[in-house]
Structures are given as structure tokens and as C-alpha cells.
Write a protein that binds this ligand. Structure first.
Ligand SMILES: *Cc1c(COP(=O)(O)O)cnc(C)c1O
Length: 393
């Protein structure tokens, strides 16, 4: 079991104050950097779940096409295009008719819009999960938690879940695929079967924010499920661009849903809800030259992640849960406190991880670790091995 030094204990107290201001989300690296005491400690941000190579790629295009050409001035000075115009670009890229697409200021805005406007009764949320899916529900009595079982590594027991939903007969269910915080992945075939069985549910929210990191074949081909929209009109797909493209600061996401739903939302607000920079990103995403380069960094990052998680799982005193996303849920098995582990990793090694003591539905001491660049992953592995080794003394 690990022990904190005096300095680490003071640091823990500072951090706890900052955390209390961030609600159920971890303080972002920017919040920490603004803070004198904690900020200068961070060397590797393994809390935020993004592909660092994709961030570099975006910045490269951004500098070449906007900064050096002065196009940036225009983007900042003028009103951005509206939702339907951006949807038109995206439509070609993801092969979905534009009237099914709602563009959001990050996926979070879409989650909020969908829950506030279309959820009219009982909603089944699997836990552990991304907390917004229950926090945004206005009538708390409508929330029914489906507990993923620890014995099954928090993976979805599909038949058990289907039976549960049939018994509860909810208005809405939420599936995150791969799931956050554990990276469990439901493959396309199983998903299709589930949707068929659950066609009586009015809204099925499918959050695919981490889908670019998942794979079903050796070529690591990109998975898409938009063809499902034809068969399942109750489906609402929500996609954040923050993680796979490493652009959380831009705020970009989209939802795919029946055109009546898109119309309803756009008739009730969301004028200029995303900036010109987000519009630039979506235009870039629809270009073949960008796509080609993106696919290279996507695959490179998946390979890095595979090596990283494989090596991490060999560290003593922890259990790394199976994941097909760019992070893993890690259980501390030696009685160490997850928050103290996080503080030690940050204070003494500069590694910022997500500790999960506030996540409902987890039984034990857990942290979530994101994969980063190859060099950063080496730093994370070394720190973990060192912390878990020095405990023995
Ligand atoms: C991070 C995350 C989001 C929010 O994404 P933004 O585009 O940054 O708003 C939505 N869903 C899941 C499952 C996430 O992990």
C-alpha cells in the first residue's frame, strides 16, 4: 500500500479544492496549469483521452491554411456558417443524408439537447459510465441504473441486458461503444442483434465517441454504423470529435437522428452554436488529403495503445481491464487509495491520471489511464512500475 510524503499530502489538499470546482469531471489540464501549485507538475496528461498525433496533424493544417494565409482573420471576424450548412459537408464524409445530422458544440451539447428534448420517461443507463448521461436527466426518478458486473470485467452481458430492458420497458436506453470508463466494445453483429431485440424502445442513444480507436479486423479498418439508421428509426448516434481528433478545445461533435428531431432542435435554438474554427475542422475532415493522413495517425496510435496496455498489464499489484478504446480502467489491488495513487503519480512523476472514486458503479480502487504518444507511454509505464515497486519497501 502506498504512503504519501508530507509534500504530497499538501498537494492532495490543493488538488481536492480544485476538483471540488469541476463537478463530476476531473479538472482539465488548463485548470491545473492556471493553478500555481499543481500546474507545473504535469508532464504527461493521461487523464484526457485523446490522440496526440491527431492534434499535431490538425495544427499543421491550421497553421498552413489559416495562420499564414490570414484566413484566420476572416474566421474570427465573421459569423460562422449555420448548422445545416456544416451538416452538408459532413454528409458526404460519413455518408449520411444531411437532414439526419445535427452539429453540436461538442458531443456534450447534443447529449444535453437529446436528453432535455426527447427523453420523456424512464431512461436506462449502464454504470460505470460517462456521468452526463444521468446528470442531465431532469426527473431523477426516471433514471434506472443497469449495473455492469465486476465479475464480467464490467463488460456488457448482452442477453442479461436485453432481458433487463424488456422487463423495465424504458422510454430511452444509452449505449456507449466503446464504453467510458472501461473501453468495453460491442461488435457490429451483436449490436445489430441488440437493436433488433430492443426495437420497442423509443430512443436508443448510441455514443460512438471512441469508435475510431476500436477495430474488428487486422487492418484496423474504421468502423461505422450509420447504415443502421435505415433499419432503426429509434436510433440516435452521438459522436464527439474531441478524442479521436485531439481537439477538445475546438468543441466539435455531431448527432445522427431522424430529420424530425433535427428540425425540432433547430427550430428551438442552436443558431451559430459552433465557431468558424469548428466549421474549418469539419471541412478539413471531408477532404481526402486530410483523411489519408488522419488514417495513418489513427492506426499508429492504435498500435501504440495496444503495446502500452499490454505492457501495463504486466505491472504487479494492478489489474488492467480489457479495452478496445484508447485507455484502460486499472484496479489497484494492494489496498492503495486511488486518489493517493493519482497524487503520487502527479506530484512525484508528473503523470496525470483520472482517479475514479467518484464514478458510481465501480467496486474497488480504480484509476483510468489514457494512452499517449510512444515516448509519453514509456514515462507512464516507468512511473507505474516505480510506484508499485517502491510500495514493497
Ligand atoms: C468526452 C465524452 C463526450 C463529450 O465530448 P465533447 O465533444 O468534448 O463534448 C461524450 N461522450 C463520451 C462517452 C465522452 O467520453
Amino acid at each position: 500500500m502506498l504512503k504519501l510524503s508530507k509534500e504530497e499530502q499538501i498537494f492532495l489538499k490543493n488538488f481536492t479544492d480544485l476538483k471540488s470546482k469541476s463537478g463530476s469531471h476531473s479538472p482539465s489540464i488548463l485548470t491545473l496549469l492556471n493553478d500555481e501549485g499543481t500546474g507545473k507538475k504535469i508532464e504527461v496528461d493521461a487523464c484526457f483521452l485523446s490522440n496526440p498525433y491527431a492534434t499535431e496533424l490538425f495544427i499543421e493544417f491550421f497553421e498552413k491554411e489559416l495562420v499564414t494565409t490570414k484566413l484566420l482573420n476572416q474566421i474570427i471576424e465573421a459569423y460562422p456558417p449555420q448548422n445545416r450548412e456544416i451538416a452538408l459537408h459532413l454528409s458526404k464524409t460519413i455518408n449520411v443524408p444531411a437532414d439526419y445530422i445535427f452539429i453540436g458544440n461538442g458531443a456534450i451539447e447534443i447529449i444535453q439537447a437529446v436528453i432535455h428534448n426527447f427523453v420523456k420517461g424512464k431512461i436506462v443507463v449502464n454504470i460505470p459510465t460517462f456521468s452526463s448521461y444521468y446528470e442531465y436527466v431532469r426527473v431523477k426518478d426516471d433514471i434506472v441504473f443497469y449495473q455492469l458486473s465486476k465479475e464480467s470485467n464490467y463488460c456488457l452481458d448482452v442477453q442479461h441486458y436485453i432481458d433487463f430492458v424488456k422487463k423495465e420497458s424504458p422510454d430511452t436506453i444509452v449505449l456507449i461503444n466503446p464504453n467510458n470508463p472501461n473501453g468495453d466494445y460491442i461488435n457490429k453483429e451483436v449490436l445489430h442483434m441488440m437493436l433488433t431485440e430492443l426495437s420497442f424502445v423509443k430512443n436508443i442513444i448510441l455514443d460512438e465517441s471512441f469508435i475510431h480507436f476500436a477495430y474488428e479486423d487486422l487492418n484496423l479498418s474504421m468502423i461505422d454504423s450509420y447504415n443502421l439508421m435505415n433499419d432503426f428509426p429509434n436510433l440516435i448516434v452521438i459522436k464527439s470529435m474531441a478524442k479521436d481528433f485531439g481537439i477538445a478545445g475546438l468543441r466539435a461533435g455531431y448527432g445522427i437522428m431522424q430529420p424530425e428531431k433535427v428540425n425540432y432542435l433547430l427550430n428551438h435554438g442552436y443558431l451559430w452554436n459552433v465557431s468558424g474554427l469548428t466549421d474549418y475542422f469539419f471541412k478539413l475532415y471531408s477532404r481526402e488529403d486530410f483523411q489519408r493522413r488522419y488514417d495513418v495517425v489513427r492506426k499508429k496510435y492504435i498500435m501504440n495503445t495496444l503495446m502500452f496496455l499490454n505492457e501495463l498489464s504486466r505491472t504487479p499489484n494492478i489489474k488492467v481491464y480489457p479495452s478496445r478504446a484508447n485507455f484502460a480502467l486499472v484496479e489497484l489491488l494492494d489496498g492503495s487509495d486511488s486518489r493517493e495513487f493519482m497524487i503520487k503519480a502527479l506530484y512525484s512523476y508528473g503523470i496525470y491520471v483520472r482517479e475514479c472514486s467518484d464514478k458510481i458503479g465501480l467496486d474497488g480502487q480504480f484509476i483510468r489511464v489514457a494512452s499517449r504518444s510512444f515516448e509519453e507511454n514509456v514515462l507512464i509505464l516507468n512511473a507505474f512500475k516505480d510506484i508499485l515497486k517502491s510500495e514493497k519497501n
